[in-house]
Design a protein around this ligand. Structure first.
Ligand code: SF4
Ligand code: SF4
Length: 190
C-alpha cells in the first residue's frame, strides 16, 4: 500500500522566502570565509588536474590479453547481446589455434552510445573485457574517433595495473608473463 508523505507546513517567514534566501547566503558566506582563512580551496584545476579514479570505477574498456598477446575474447557475443546500448560491434573469425575455436576479427565499441553500465563486463564468461582503465575522460574532435577498435582496446601495459592483478600480469610485459606463456604453450590457456 502506498505511503502518504505529508507536505511540510511552511511558516509565514518561510513562505515569504526572504529569510530563507539570507540563511542560504549566510551558509555560503560561512564556507567562503572558512576557505579564505584556511587558504585551502576544495576545488580541482580540472581538466589540467584529473581526479585519481579507483579501479572499480567504470571507465573506458580494455580487452584482456593472453600470454601470447592475443585477445582473451572468444567472440561469443555475450557482451554485445547484454549491451543495452547496442554499441559493441564484433566480427568473429576462426582461431588459428586448435584449442581455441573463435577470436574477434573486429571488436569495436562506440563510446558515444555506451552508457558505461558495465553489463558487458558482467556478461563476459572469460574475463576478456574490463572497464578498469581509469580513463574517465575521453576527448575527440569528431564522432568517428569515439568508435574504438580492437587495437586501441588492447593497447595497455601490465605495468599500469596492480601487481596483484594476476590476469593483467600474465600479458606480455607483465611480472608473471614468462611462466604464463610457458603454461599457455603447453596447453593451459588461462
Ligand atoms: S558498458 Fe554497457 S553500454 Fe557500454 S559497452 Fe558495456 S554493456 Fe554496452
Ligand atoms: S568480450 Fe567476452 S563476452 Fe564479449 S565476445 Fe569476447 S568473450 Fe564474449
Amino acid at each position: 500500500m502506498a505511503k502518504v508523505i505529508p507536505r511540510p507546513q511552511l511558516s509565514f517567514w518561510e513562505n515569504i522566502y526572504f529569510v530563507e534566501i539570507f540563511k542560504g547566503l549566510a551558509t555560503t558566506w560561512g564556507h567562503a570565509q572558512k576557505n579564505l582563512i584556511k587558504g585551502d580551496f576544495p576545488t580541482r584545476n580540472y581538466p589540467d588536474e584529473l581526479p585519481a579514479l579507483p579501479r572499480d570505477y567504470r571507465a573506458r574498456h580494455r580487452l584482456m590479453k593472453r600470454p601470447d598477446g592475443t585477445p582473451r575474447c572468444v567472440a561469443c557475443f555475450m557482451c554485445s547481446t547484454a549491451c543495452p546500448a547496442r554499441c559493441i560491434n564484433i566480427v568473429a573469425e576462426e582461431s588459428d589455434r586448435l584449442d581455441i575455436e573463435k577470436r574477434p576479427a573486429k571488436f569495436e565499441i562506440d563510446l558515444l552510445l555506451c552508457v558505461f553500465c558495465g553489463f558487458c563486463v558482467e556478461a563476459c564468461p572469460c574475463d576478456a573485457i574490463r572497464m578498469d582503465t581509469t580513463l574517465g575522460v575521453m576527448v575527440a574532435d569528431n564522432r568517428a574517433d569515439f568508435v574504438i577498435n580492437k587495437t586501441t582496446l588492447m593497447d595497455w601495459a601490465p605495468a599500469d595495473y596492480p601487481a596483484t592483478d594476476t590476469q593483467s600480469q600474465k600479458a606480455p610485459g607483465g611480472s608473471l608473463h614468462a611462466q604464463a606463456l610457458a603454461d599457455f604453450n603447453s596447453g593451459n590457456r588461462h
